[in-house]
Design a protein around this ligand. Structure first.
Ligand code: B12
Length: 423
């Protein structure tokens, strides 16, 4: 069986860890010879992908929303050369849209986590829609980084910022369900009984990290978890395990302000955590409540204070344009930034991606998601502000904090960097 996995081009990309998990799971469980190929649009041209896919029995695409149209284009070209090939799409876009995503050049879509579903497709399931399973990590081998050519994104990171970096996953299911995020369509809404968080043993996470550092000579690593601090204790246990194994590589993670303790920051620091990334989103209590962020402004301030006290770099993400956000709310965001004084700050204009609670198929079903980027889009507006006004506010924030850069250096403060690139 020859299968070709493809992550279509999108400018903001890391390694295709999702396909890495699917490939290692299928290789472990498929009863028969499996000839696996992998292409990633950021490194392989469409022509190379189409000719490389020749002779495949199945071609499977991994798509967030911006990658779907490029996948359809590639699928059409591959089918033109090989009409018998079966085309499959998985990932966030089709999990969000399901039947609405069906296309004449796509034979099957997978809704949800893809490991078991892809195996069933290899074993002969030809249903147009195949539903994924929530598997425990004990059944998931480490992602096959060789198959996804992880060395390419690591080398690219090194060229771009001098660090040999890659990402790891520690948990599935997020304890919160922010309205702007699609996580719940993939791993389900957290429920202590019916849908608990699935965590890897920290010994297993550290074993994978140690092996990957060894193999790729990593100098830095990250977690793909949107909320690495599912509990403060999990973070502390991870840091202690990392220390006990003598892994001194610098690292960073995305944390939720609502699940922190000061003791956690002590262990983050001693385990060489270089930076925490926090989705603050807004400085307005009203907005934080409305978006179900699951934390308070005071808590965000406390977390940034603790991180500063322990000399850990602090990156803050803010989203502009929440449905009910008005001038007073934006003023509260500006005031919060002044109080938490982040080292790195990012301002994103809200984008109602498929799968988020803000997505409306009537309004956005025809949207070309390739035209959106991590920080802006040309269509979102809210009650108080037009899209142009949101961009003006974004430019003001970026300008204000860019201007603040000089002062800090003169005062010998740490570098303040405006976040404009993904990697
Ligand atoms: C880490 C991350 C990133 C990283 C790395 C992404 C990458 N690998 O290139 C960076 C910062 C680069 C990034 C960029 C973007 N991201 Co992002 N990201 C995430 C995050 C936090 C974790 C994703 C992850 O790695 N999960 C772990 C792996 C194991 O799971 P997975 O990749 O999803 O794969 C599983 C399933 O999706 C499925 N599956 C996936 N592919 C396939 C293929 C087949 C054939 C099958 C059968 C199944 C299948 O099975 C896999 C295994 O179970 C999520 C979730 C979140 N809560 O915020 C958002 C998330 C995926 N990102 C999102 C978005 C919108 C983006 C951007 C478009 C933002 C932008 N404009 O720049 C880009 C697009 C990047 C791209 N190349 O597609 C949205 C997706 C929503 C949507 N409708 O597409 C999410 C859900 C966040 C949100 N806002 O809702 N992202």
């Amino acid at each position: 069986m020859r299968i070709t996995f493809i992550q279509p081009y999108y400018r903001n990309v890391w390694e295709s860890i999702g396909l890495g998990y699917i490939i290692s799971y299928c290789k472990k469980n498929f009863d028969g010879d499996l000839d696996v190929q992998f292409f990633q649009g950021n490194f392989d041209s469409d022509a190379d992908i189409v000719s490389g896919a020749r002779g495949s029995d199945i071609v499977a695409f991994s798509c967030t929303s911006p990658c779907y149209v490029p996948a359809l284009r590639l699928a059409a070209a591959i089918k033109a050369k090989n009409p018998h090939v079966r085309t499959v799409v998985g990932g966030w876009h089709v999990t969000a849209l399901q039947e609405k995503a069906v296309s004449e050049v796509i034979d099957q879509i997978v809704v949800g986590e893809g490991e078991q579903a892809m195996l069933e497709i290899l074993q002969g399931n030809t249903d147009p829609i195949v539903r994924g399973y929530a598997l425990p990590f004990t059944e998931l081998p480490w992602p096959d980084r060789e198959a996804i050519k992880n060395h390419r994104t690591i080398d690219l990171c090194e060229q771009m910022n001098g660090r040999r970096t890659t990402g790891f996953q520690a948990n599935r299911v997020c304890p919160t369900s922010c309205v702007f995020c699609a996580e719940k369509i993939m791993t389900g809404k957290f429920n202590r009984r019916s849908n608990p968080i699935r965590s890897r043993e920290v010994t297993d996470v550290c074993a994978e990290i140690a092996a990957t550092i060894e193999k790729y000579n990593l100098t830095y690593f990250k977690f793909v978890d949107a909320t690495f601090d599912i509990t403060p204790q999990y973070v502390i246990d991870f840091c202690r395990e990392k220390l006990s194994r003598g892994i001194d590589t610098e690292w960073e993670c995305l944390i939720h302000a609502g699940f922190c303790t000061e003791e956690m920051f002590h262990w983050l620091k001693v385990s060489n955590c270089n930076q925490i990334n926090v989705g603050c989103e807004s400085g307005s209590p009203k907005i934080l409540k409305q978006i179900h962020k699951g934390t308070k402004v005071e808590t965000i301030e406390k977390v940034f204070h603790w991180a500063k006290k322990h000399h850990i770099k602090r990156r803050a993400f803010f989203i502009l344009g929440m449905p009910e956000e008005d001038r007073d709310d934006l003023q509260m965001t500006e005031d919060l930034i002044g109080r938490i004084d982040p080292d790195v700050v990012g301002f994103t204009i809200l984008c109602p991606y498929p799968g988020s609670s803000l997505y409306d198929h009537e309004k956005y079903g025809e949207q070309d998601w390739q035209q959106t980027d991590e920080y802006a889009n040309d269509f979102w507006r809210n009650k108080a502000f037009s899209n142009a006004e949101l961009k003006e506010w974004q430019a003001c924030f970026i300008d204000k904090y860019e201007n603040k850069l000089c002062e800090r250096l003169e005062k010998g403060g740490s570098e303040l960097r405006i976040q404009t690139s993904g990697l």
